[in-house]
Design a protein around this ligand. Sequence first.
Ligand SMILES: *[C@@H]1O[C@H](CO)[C@@H](O)[C@H](O)[C@H]1NC(C)=O
Ligand SMILES: *[C@@H]1O[C@H](CO)[C@@H](O)[C@H](O)[C@H]1NC(C)=O
Ligand SMILES: *[C@@H]1O[C@H](CO)[C@@H](O)[C@H](O)[C@H]1NC(C)=O
Ligand SMILES: *[C@@H]1O[C@H](CO)[C@@H](O)[C@H](O)[C@H]1NC(C)=O
Length: 329
Amino acid sequence: MAVRDGTPVLKILLLICFITFVKSQGHTPLTPPYFNLAQNREIIATSTCGLRSDGTPMPELFCRLTGGGDERDSTAEISNLPLIQGQLCDICDPSSRDKYHRAENAIDGTENWWQSPPLSRGNQYNEVNLTINFDQVFHVAYVFIRMANSPRPEVWVLERSIDFGKTWMPWQYFAGSASDCYKFFNAQADQRIQHDDDVICSTRFSKIVPLENGELNLTFLQIVVSLVNGRPSAMNFSQTMALQNWTKATNVRMKLLRTKTLQGHLMDIARQDPTVTRRYFYSIKDISIGGRCVCNGHADSCVRGDSLNPSILLVTVMDTQMNVCMMRK
Ligand SMILES: *[C@@H]1O[C@H](CO)[C@@H](O)[C@H](O)[C@H]1NC(C)=O
Ligand SMILES: *[C@@H]1O[C@H](CO)[C@@H](O)[C@H](O)[C@H]1NC(C)=O
Ligand SMILES: *[C@@H]1O[C@H](CO)[C@@H](O)[C@H](O)[C@H]1NC(C)=O
Ligand SMILES: *[C@@H]1O[C@H](CO)[C@@H](O)[C@H](O)[C@H]1NC(C)=O
């Protein structure tokens, strides 16, 4: 892939979201700081490339969706991968550090990635849950996802829990077409958001992958889900219960339902032709979840270990005299 590092994009995003959050406070001057809630959290995938369902290693072949042939020489990064029937292929192998594509890779801030089993293992691997568990409730402002060596998923749901994983509710649906929004979620596609807690079905992040010189363009590897911006009370967050409720989560889940395929491959997938199905899987390089503590008026309402120094606890408290949220060490 031509894609290297999306970090500048992420930084800009973080800044935009931060400014928005500060502005949305209206007249309250201070806000609890804002951080990447996904960092150092527990993350669990229901299945992972190279691992059996019981978690034991099982080296597994996969191939790139794009490429092979001439392209091989032009891309130094992958020039040592084997060509199998004209496809660039590699192995998921938990015994090798850089071929173990475990779930933790999606939140470790490195270029490593998580990868699901290719559909050559079975069509049921279209369905994979990737769950990030916080240990407390947070307000989530946005979720940013960057794919690695696969296109964005075609059909999936961003879900949240506010009871530590006992029950789940949808935050946003994603599908490649209006008919899939209807078929999978009984939802109309790309509706205008009218209420703070409207669950929309978005088609813009599941579009057909445009290939440029056989490469996936970075723009088409990213997903940005905004849970505050664009909602009616976005500028009045601190006084709007409905929006505050809407952004709350103790756990966040990507419920993946269908990989993006190239049109002509549908028949071959039905026939389980492995030269085609081993090219279909999910791979995620980064999940960042922008959010902050819930300040509900009770002292010590939010405790979090400092990510650089976990032994220091940061506590968000409501300063009742000033009526603002503050952080204390
Ligand atoms: C994913 O989670 C949902 C509940 O959110 C559950 O119904 C489904 O069975 C899970 N899928 C897999 C593949 O475990
Ligand atoms: C990627 O696609 C976008 C939107 O089509 C385009 O504006 C941008 O120039 C492309 N970037 C590269 C590096 O090709
Ligand atoms: C913010 O919301 C409160 C409560 O709903 C309302 O009274 C107030 O007018 C709103 N302020 C703005 C600027 O919309
Ligand atoms: C927000 O959530 C609380 C507790 O779950 C509930 O009692 C309240 O009615 C909700 N408010 C709105 C405006 O959704």
